[in-house]
Design a protein around this ligand. Sequence first.
Ligand SMILES: C[S@@+](CC[C@H](N)C(=O)[O-])C[C@H]1O[C@@H](n2cnc3c(N)ncnc32)[C@H](O)[C@@H]1O
Length: 280
Amino acid sequence: MNTIDLVNYGADKLRQRKIRTYKLDAEILLSKVLKKTREQILVEFDQKIDKIQVSHYNNLIFRRLSHEPIAYLVKEKEFWSKKFIIDSNTLIPRPETELMVEKLVKINKNKSLMILDIGTGSGCILLSLLSEIKNSKGVGIDISKKAINIAKKNAERHKILRRAKFLKKSFDNYFQQKFDLIVANLPYIPSYNIKNLDEDVRKYEPKLALDGGKDGLDLIRKVIYKAKEILKIKGLLGLEIGNGQYKKVSKLLTENKFRIEHKLFDYKDNIRCLVSRFNN
Ligand SMILES: C[S@@+](CC[C@H](N)C(=O)[O-])C[C@H]1O[C@@H](n2cnc3c(N)ncnc32)[C@H](O)[C@@H]1O
């Protein structure tokens, strides 16, 4: 079989299973197996593929047929124009999270900050911020030891080891220091809604990264209280929130002496990130 036969074969199987991105997925999976870019495999379309590679490709197509996300199959995801290593212990970084990175980079570009990233997962937020705000340092924490190991690998991959520290720790534990900026993309899906998520998310992404308790705000509520304790004077808090949570979260922030300075809208015009200043 050659490249084009394999792409068509895989795409056909995925299409029959109603996977909307069937052609793209088949191309991505084959490029992963052949260790080439998608463009390369499409140009070298009559390249012969050996048996071991065909069997590896079939295995990936088979896993995709069960809705395993492409990012987990290829073990990486692009975020803020960088490739982050991920696996089933880390959430797949999302484009709406980039909105928060974009705003925080813009308002802090030349500052020298101490940053805390709560629920760091793959480390994508902290490492992206540090790659742009060069005079800054940061700590990423997560209760998942396996996620922390992945974040450390990403720090190594992006050569930000000296300015980033990753610790297995819950945010409700004690902190020895205070921070200029706290960012948190914590789980915010209400428990009752987990069953309604797309199969790709529900079956494969870590529950620890999704379930935000009864109304989805269990952790966001707690992180706002904690931030008051560990933010420096006039420190900033960047929060990602779920669709429809703005009203409740903005009330919580105001009640706790935070002033919302930026509301960030996703591509469907929903408020998804809030940047607030603590008026202590
Ligand atoms: C929605 S994911 C976000 C991952 C990453 N920051 C991103 O934006 O892609 C939330 C993360 O919070 C972590 N987490 C959950 N409860 C936590 C807690 N109490 N303290 C620290 N991290 C927590 C989960 O393990 C998960 O990795």
